[in-house]
Every structure is written in structure tokens, then in C-alpha cells.
Design a protein. Structure first.
Length: 298
């Protein structure tokens, strides 16, 4: 059969239906969203919670949300730009920072729901798989599902670092070890030590030491902020241990307080009624004084 040209005629365009706005913008995967949002009918109006993880160039955003017709409702959020308060000021978008952000949102949410003492999570971090189980006679564990948006689910991706942090923090998230760093697809084996190195940033420390030996100038350029804060390849593991302990000790958000905002104006502000009346009186008085001065001169 030869080449047949597809003619898009009037009937085609009359029946054409545009996709949703956020699909056209390339922001939402509605195939995945439907399966993350739709709740079973026998659970009635029970919210189906999602752990939303998003990455920007300078920040990591973690949110716990559930869907309603009027829009998603956020019940808790944590950001990697909060980590300087806990002791880590650089590398706020790497795997170790993603783990810290996930741990922060887990402890913050459980404290908000008064479940932090019942579900402490994994306090001795070894990088191995850990699942939260319900405690008999107590409220059930908080369950949510990972929402990664349009992020590629490659082995070792940072989104799974945030998920691991939330799971170790005491939230029940269904997952496996197949996408964690240290998993070998060919042999099907998972190395918890490799994963632990990523959680504590040891892989970054090893690269720092290697780069310093190979090219000291490039090391000073690439890790200038680490050097400024006194972070070395050997001290990075201890630093993250302190950050994890600080997050568990005080996960609640801090209010910024009132901010002084100076409003810029390039035109005059509008006068009130009393100011306008007073301005007219002043003009009248000035005009009468000028007339009297002219009469005296004559």
C-alpha cells in the first residue's frame, strides 16, 4: 500500500478536545495522579495521603497532601532551605539533604498528630530496608504514597532519598529497595552499606578527597563553600549525624515573625477629604494675602 496522506478535515477539528492545562504545560502526569488520588468506595471520604517530593535548582520541597474537588490540601510541608537551622548550610539538594528533608517532614507530621512518641522510626540508620508497623492498642501508623511527579525513577534518584528519610522517620510508605543506591539489577542484590554512604554524604566526602589529590585548584573552586564552613571529607559523616539528631529533637517549624516591608511609590499618595479641604483653604488664604499686598502697593 502506498503513502496515504491523513487529511484533518472540518469533522476532525470539530471533535478535537484539548488536554488539561497542566498536561499541556507538561506539569502533571494525570495517568499517575488518578491512581494516587482515587480512593476506594468502601473507604468513603477517607483521605488518601501523598508524600509529594519536588526538586528545584536550590531547594527540595516535601509535602503531605490529599485531594479534594476544590484542590489539594496540604497538611504538612518541609523544605531543604530549613536545614541550615539544624547545622547543614551547603549541599542542600544532594541525596543526603533529601534524606534529611524527608526525615524532617516525617517527624514534623507525627508531632503534629501526637504520634511521634508511638512511632519513633529507625533511629540507628544503616541504609537497610525498614517498614513501619502498627502498634497494638495504639493508633495505626500514618500511611501515605510517594508522588514524584514527572521525575525519572532511576536507581539512586534523590526522590527515593526523601522517601527513605520519611520512612525512617516513622511514616508508613509502601516501597522496595530496587531504586535505592546500592541495588544491582543484574544480580538482584542490595548493598545497604552503599545506601548508608549516600545517606551520610560519605560518597561526597570521598569525591572531595579524590579531587583534592588530583586537582587542588579545582577542589578549592568546586567546594569553596564547604571549605568556608570548615567541612572536610572526613567530617561530613559526623555532621549529618548531628543534623539527624537535631531534627528529631525539634522538628517544628519556626515562624519568621513580622517583616518590615517598605512600600515603594513613584506617584503621590491620594489625599483624604480633610487634606483636600485644608489644601483649598491654604490656596484661598494665599490668594487673599496676595490681593491685599497688591492693594497696599497701589
Amino acid at each position: 500500500m502506498g503513502f496515504v496522506k491523513v487529511v484533518k478535515n472540518k469533522q476532525y477539528f470539530k471533535r478535537f478536545q484539548v488536554k488539561f492545562r497542566r498536561r499541556r504545560e507538561g506539569k502533571t502526569d494525570y495517568y499517575a495522579r488518578k491512581r494516587l488520588v482515587v480512593q476506594e468506595k468502601n473507604k468513603y471520604n477517607t483521605p488518601k495521603y501523598r508524600l509529594i517530593v519536588r526538586f528545584t535548582n536550590k531547594d527540595i520541597i516535601c509535602q503531605i497532601a490529599y485531594a479534594r474537588i476544590e484542590g489539594d490540601i496540604i497538611i504538612c510541608a518541609a523544605y531543604s532551605h530549613e536545614l541550615p537551622r539544624y547545622g547543614i548550610k551547603v549541599g542542600l539538594t544532594n541525596y543526603a539533604a533529601a534524606y534529611c528533608t524527608g526525615l524532617l517532614i516525617a517527624r514534623r507530621l507525627l508531632k503534629k498528630l501526637n504520634l511521634d512518641e508511638i512511632y519513633a522510626g529507625q533511629e540507628e540508620i544503616d541504609g537497610d530496608e525498614f517498614y513501619v508497623e502498627d502498634v497494638d492498642g495504639k493508633p495505626g501508623a500514618f500511611r501515605c504514597y510517594l508522588d514524584i511527579g514527572l521525575t525519572r525513577t532511576t536507581t539512586g534518584a534523590r526522590v527515593f532519598g526523601a522517601m527513605k528519610g520519611a520512612a525512617d522517620g516513622g511514616i508508613d510508605i509502601p516501597h522496595s529497595t530496587k531504586r535505592f543506591p546500592g541495588y544491582d539489577a543484574e544480580s538482584g542484590e542490595f548493598s545497604a552499606d552503599v545506601h548508608r554512604n549516600h545517606i551520610f554524604g560519605i560518597h561526597v566526602g570521598e569525591y572531595m578527597k579524590k579531587l583534592q589529590e588530583d586537582d587542588d585548584d579545582l577542589y578549592k573552586k568546586q567546594f569553596s563553600r564547604f571549605i568556608k564552613d570548615g567541612i572536610t571529607g572526613d567530617s561530613i559523616e559526623g555532621l549529618y549525624k548531628k543534623v539527624h539528631a537535631a531534627i528529631r529533637a525539634d522538628p517544628e517549624p519556626k515562624s519568621r515573625g513580622p517583616r518590615e516591608v517598605k512600600v515603594k511609590r513613584w506617584n503621590r499618595s491620594k489625599l483624604t477629604k480633610s487634606q483636600r479641604d485644608d489644601r483649598i483653604k491654604q490656596k484661598k488664604a494665599t490668594h487673599m494675602a496676595r490681593l491685599q499686598a497688591n492693594d497696599e502697593d497701589e
